[in-house]
Design a protein around this ligand. Structure first.
Ligand code: FUL
Length: 483
């Protein structure tokens, strides 16, 4: 009896596998798929630079200036969680070179500060609060180090790599290793106070440096302006382009023969590159306030602005990385806490109720039951509707069975099989005929369409008008924006 069950099971698995559409183009890795699920996360900047009220510390601040009066990791992380953030990246070392953990690699670190009597480890405290609250943790260790006397020599590269190794060893599994190529040249550099130019195409030896990341933190998505896993969106305003592809091919700038971080001059970054060589979705990094560090005169963005940024980042297949700036107490200001909570509520309340959940749905083509169109209403992004191999255009009709009022439409492709759809439109049934309300291009991991004014209708139609291969869609939803 047992072997018959096994046989039947393997036959059904085989049939399923045979029926699945073939993947198209560059595909996301396991670590990138995990990143797509996180959608919104935070980037914490809190170093002596906070106490100097600057954006870029010169590297000469006395370590004793790092003296938060009431540091509270739990307060910061709870506020982030209320904002709907599902991950936190801590700037473990910014350009000023001050390491927030007790490192062996530089004397310029938290042990020299009054924090916890010189016995503190801020990276650990944040990491523990992050994990306790069920968020993912990542680190940013700035390659440019304005304090280090060795900066500019090969010895510094070994120091930088040793810093990464410490961070990769002692703080559990990381979802991101965040890198940037910023380098303004001048700095304190152990007292030399001079300008040091490096050749950013070779100095950091990124291939070998990132081999350390891959080896020690295989689930850490490497972020920089050229990827490898996640690309910079090309601005710090928090939005991807209206048409936004998940794929990209970093090309060397003119006159250079390699593409490395720090070039940051890709006009294609906000929109990605259709049929790019790599799956390399965009991260939209934007501070909650004006600056990355806390400045008493600045205010956080309003919940409405944050919601709009959410639509223009997550809603365009990208990630939203929101800069969080603790004040000199070592906590988020109450205005920031309130803005995060209102933003988090807005997203949670808006998307709590898919008004198409109980709709009757039909498609002009389906690939059989496993890939039936009802899969796009099952609130499970791992199941999907697909058309037959030779069917590259199709329509879905959603009968809402009653009049529903909404102003947001959500679409998701089944991205493990690549980004396929290139054009589509959406219609609503009004006065006995179909009326087009949106014309779109890319979908990818998620597409959120905000209509200018809410519409009321009993039927919605999605027409996929262009795809190089058969179509997949994993989710569809209609929502009414709420506070
Ligand atoms: C940039 C840095 O220069 C800024 O200071 C900040 O850390 C931002 C997130 O990345 O490259």
């Amino acid at each position: 009896m047992k072997w018959i069950t096994i046989l039947l099971l393997s036959v059904s698995i085989l049939v399923k596998a045979q029926n699945a559409p073939k993947p198209y183009g560059a595909l996301p890795s396991k670590r990138q798929l995990a990143w797509h699920d996180i959608e919104v996360y935070g980037l914490i900047h809190f170093t002596p630079t906070t106490f100097e009220n600057k954006e870029w510390g010169f590297g000469d601040a006395d370590p004793k200036t790092f003296n938060p009066t009431d540091f509270n990791a739990e307060q910061i992380i709870k506020a982030a969680k209320a904002g709907g953030l599902r991950g936190i990246i801590l700037v473990a070392k910014h350009h000023d070179g001050f390491a927030l953990w007790p490192t062996k690699t530089t004397a310029y670190n938290i042990m020299q500060s009054p924090f916890r009597g010189g016995k503190g480890d801020l990276v650990k405290e944040i990491e523990q609060a992050v994990r306790k609250n069920g968020l993912s943790f990542g680190v940013y260790c700035s390659p440019w180090d304005r304090n280090n006397a060795k900066y500019g020599t090969p010895e510094y590269l070994a120091i930088y790599q040793a810093q990464l190794k410490e961070l990769y060893s002692n703080y559990g599994s990381l979802f991101m290793s965040w890198h940037d190529g910023a380098n303004g040249g001048d700095g304190y550099y152990g007292g030399a106070k001079e300008k040091r130019s490096i050749d950013n195409t070779t100095y950091y030896d990124w291939n070998n440096t990132w081999a350390i990341t891959r080896k020690m933190q295989p689930m850490a998505n490497i972020f920089s302006d050229i990827g490898l896993d996640i690309r910079w969106v090309g601005n710090e305003d928090g939005n991807a382009a209206e048409t936004s592809w998940e794929t990209f091919t970093p090309l060397p700038p003119e006159g250079k023969n390699v593409a490395v971080p720090g070039q940051a001059n890709y006009p294609q970054s906000p929109m990605g590159i259709r049929n790019g060589k790599f799956w390399m979705p965009a991260e939209c990094d934007v501070p909650l306030r004006k600056g990355w560090f806390y400045h008493p005169t600045e205010k956080p963005k309003t919940p409405e602005t944050l919601f709009d940024l959410y639509l223009k980042s997550v809603g365009r297949g990208a990630g939203l990385d929101l800069g969080l700036a603790p004040d000199t107490r070592g906590q988020l200001h109450e205005d920031d806490v309130a803005a995060l909570k209102a933003f988090g509520d807005m997203v949670a309340h808006t998307f709590a109720n898919n008004l198409a959940k109980t709709a009757q749905i039909t498609a002009s083509n389906s690939r059989g039951k496993t890939y039936g169109v009802s899969k796009i209403l099952d609130a499970n992004r791992n199941s999907y509707w697909a058309t037959k191999d030779d069917v590259r255009t199709a329509s879905i009709e959603i009968d809402l069975k009653a009049t529903k009022t909404f102003d947001i439409i959500s679409l998701q492709e089944y991205i493990p099989l690549g980004q396929r759809i290139e054009a589509y439109n959406i219609e609503i049934f009004e006065n006995n005929s179909w009326k087009k309300v949106f014309d779109g291009t890319s979908i990818g991991a998620k597409r959120l369409i905000k209509l200018e004014t809410p519409v009321s209708t009993t039927k919605v139609r999605v027409n996929i008008t262009k795809s190089p291969v058969c179509i997949t869609l994993s989710e569809f939803g209609i929502y009414k924006k709420r506070d």
